[in-house]
Design a protein around this ligand. Structure first.
Ligand code: S3P
Length: 168
C-alpha cells in the first residue's frame, strides 16, 4: 500500500510522513528530496533557471516512479496534487491524505521560511496570509479529493494510523 500526504506548503507533510512511516513500519519518501537527488538540481534552481513548467514535469516524472513502489508513505510538494492529473494518479496508486490548515495557521508557520520557497519568495510577511488565502482557495478543489482529510493542528499520528486502519 502507498499513502500520499498532500496539503499546502508548511502543512507538515514531511514531518507527519516520517512519523507515520515509522509507526506503520513503511518506507518514507519525500517527493521534493527525491526530485533534487535524482535530477541533481535544487528545487529553487529549477524554478529560477528552467521555470515552474520544468519543475512540474520533473515532479510528475518522479511521482510516477514513486508510485511503482510498495509500502511507502510519500510526502508530496504543496502543488503536486494540483497539476496534470497527479491527484488521479495518486488516488489510483494508493490512499491520499490531505493535511488541512487554515490560511492564518499556514501564514504563521511559513513566515520564517518564505525565502527558501520559490512560490513565496516575493511575498512579504504582511501580505502572506492574503496570498495564501487566495492560493489555497484555488488549490482546495484538488486537495479535497483526498480519501481522508485531517486537521493539521496538533496532528496525532497514532490517531491518524488508527483512522487509516478503520477506513480501509
Ligand atoms: C510547491 C511546494 C514545495 C515545492 C515547490 C512547489 C508548491 O513543497 O514542491 O516549491 O507548488 O506549493 P513544500 O510543500 O514541501 O514546501
Amino acid at each position: 500500500m502507498l499513502f500520499f500526504l498532500i496539503g499546502y506548503m508548511g502543512s507538515g507533510k514531511s514531518t507527519a510522513g516520517k512519523k507515520l512511516a515509522k509507526l506503520l513500519d513503511y518506507g518514507f519518501a519525500d517527493l521534493d528530496d527525491h526530485i533534487e537527488k535524482r535530477s541533481g538540481r535544487r528545487i529553487a534552481d529549477i524554478f529560477a533557471i528552467e521555470g515552474e513548467e520544468e519543475f512540474r514535469r520533473l515532479e510528475r516524472l518522479y511521482l510516477e516512479k514513486l508510485c511503482k513502489l510498495d509500502n511507502q508513505v510519500i510526502a508530496t510538494g504543496g502543488g503536486t496534487a494540483c497539476f496534470g492529473k497527479n491527484i488521479e494518479l495518486m488516488k489510483s496508486s494508493g490512499r491520499v491524505i490531505y493535511i488541512k490548515l487554515s490560511a492564518a495557521a499556514l501564514a504563521k508557520r511559513l513566515s520564517q521560511s518564505t525565502n527558501n520557497r520559490p512560490l513565496l519568495k516575493n511575498t512579504s510577511n504582511k501580505s502572506l496570509e492574503n496570498f495564501i488565502e487566495e492560493h489555497l482557495a484555488q488549490r482546495e478543489k484538488f486537495y479535497t479529493q483526498a480519501d481522508l482529510i485531517v486537521n493539521g493542528i496538533n496532528l496525532d499520528i497514532k490517531e491518524l494510523a488508527q483512522q487509516i486502519n478503520s477506513t480501509q
